[in-house]
Each structure stands twice: as C-alpha cells, then as structure tokens.
Design a protein around this ligand. Structure first.
Ligand SMILES: O=C(O)[C@@H](CO)OP(=O)(O)O
Length: 236
C-alpha cells in the first residue's frame, strides 16, 4: 500500500497578517519554520521511506519541504517543483486584509469568495501590484487572473493524475508540500468529498496528513501526524 503525505506549508507572513495570498510569494514566519521542522521530525519518526517529493513553485511550500527533508536527512530525495501545485489564484483580492474586505463587502460575500466551490473572486487587474503574470517563473504560461476551488482542482488534478498517481499505483511513497486550496483539491478528489462539504474542510498549516492508498488509489486510512493540531478529516 502506498503512502501519500500532504503537507500544507507552515504559517506564512500573510497567514499571520490575515491577508489574501494566492500566488503572491510570501515567506514563512518563525512559527511556520518551527511547524515545518516539527513536520520533518514526525515524518522521520514515522519510519516511512519516501521515494519522491512534489512541491509548488512558491517559497513558503518549497522552504517547508526543504526544512522537513533536512530534519529527515533526506535532502537528496528527488523533488519536482511545478506551478500546477500552486495555491489558488486569489484574483483582485490578493494582498487585501481579510477582515477589512469583510467589513467592506460583508462577511457572507467574503465567505463565498473564500469557500464556495465554484464562485471565483473578482479577477486581478493586469499590472496590479500583486499580479504575478510577469514573474519570470511563469514565462510562457497563461497565468490565471482568478480561480475558484473548482478551477484550482481543474489544474491540480490533471497534473496529479499524470505525474503523481502512476507513482502511487506503483507503490511509491510520495510527499507533496503545497497550499490550503491546492491540497483541498487533492483531498476532494481522493476522499470523494461533495462540493458543499469540501468548503468546510480546513487543512492546518505544517501538519502532515498521512494517507494510505490501495492500488486503485482508494483511501484506506488517513491521519494528521500532529494530533493536537488536527482538523476533521473527510470520511472515506
Ligand atoms: O490567502 C490564501 O491564499 C488562502 C490560504 O492561506 O486563504 P483562504 O483561507 O482564504 O483560502
């Protein structure tokens, strides 16, 4: 049975400041670094032998993975970085304060932008302060201007199915370091979570979710490694 571990990056500077982040490339806080270290220590203690790791092209996830691999004495592990694992693009909300935005547009509207399955936030304006479109790492890509969870899933899952699923089916143990919503997309698909239920699934920062998968990628067991910071796992 293959093991798949999903780690959401440790606390980021904009998690701490309560700002919509999306594709903006913010760093980890000291607390985020500590969460990543603890993740690595728990993964080392689990004794699982990982074959490969995957990560987005955003430094909060890359650093989380690197710090965890350091703790595991596994910095030599093959790592694939790919933008398909990026956080969902937060459109025109990127950089704004979540509480101020709720005060301006109403809590309900902000909750729809944050957690509805298929309503994307207002699009990013071209050339706006936090528009990543001209970032060299995205050269040649049709960078989205906004993404709902549904749109995020539609870019994450074809990548997962093409690049990661075959490894899991071949019984390889895989580590993925990514983001609240790119991981929510993977969880939705693997656990077959309904559209109106996935919106209530909150993946904690820096807390590895260890999943056992059979050869058909059916979930056989799943648990957060740091039980004190665990959230509810969807049924399977
Ligand atoms: O700001 C973001 O990019 C995400 C993750 O931190 O926030 P939310 O909880 O609204 O999905």
């Amino acid at each position: 049975m293959a093991k798949l571990v999903l780690i959401r990056h440790g606390q980021s500077e904009w998690n701490l400041q309560n700002r919509f982040t999306g594709w903006w490339d913010v760093n980890l806080t000291d607390k985020g670094v500590a969460e990543a270290k603890k993740s690595g220590q728990m993964l080392a203690a689990s004794g699982v032998a990982f074959d490969q790791a995957f990560v987005s092209v955003q430094k909060r996830a890359i650093r989380t993975l690197w710090i965890a691999l350091e703790e595991m004495e596994r910095t030599w592990l093959p790592v694939t970085k790919d933008w398909h694992l990026n956080e969902r693009h937060y459109g025109g909300l990127t950089g704004l304060d979540k509480a101020e935005t709720a005060a301006k547009h109403g809590k309900d509207q902000v909750q729809i932008w944050r957690r509805s399955y298929d309503v994307p936030p207002p699009p990013m304006e071209k050339g706006a302060e936090f528009d990543p479109a001209n970032d060299v790492r995205y050269a040649g890509l049709d960078v989205p201007m906004t993404e709902s969870l549904k749109l995020t899933l539609e870019r994450v899952m074809p990548y997962f199915n093409a690049e990661i699923a075959p490894l899991l089916k071949a019984d390889k143990n895989i580590l993925i370091a990514a983001h609240g919503n790119s991981l929510r997309a993977i969880v939705k698909d693997l656990f077959d979570v309904a559209d109106d239920v996935i919106t209530g699934v909150e993946i904690p920062t820096g807390n590895p979710l260890m999943i056992d998968l059979d050869a058909d990628l059916k979930v056989k067991s799943a648990a957060y490694m740091d039980a004190d910071r665990a959230t509810e796992i969807p049924s399977f």
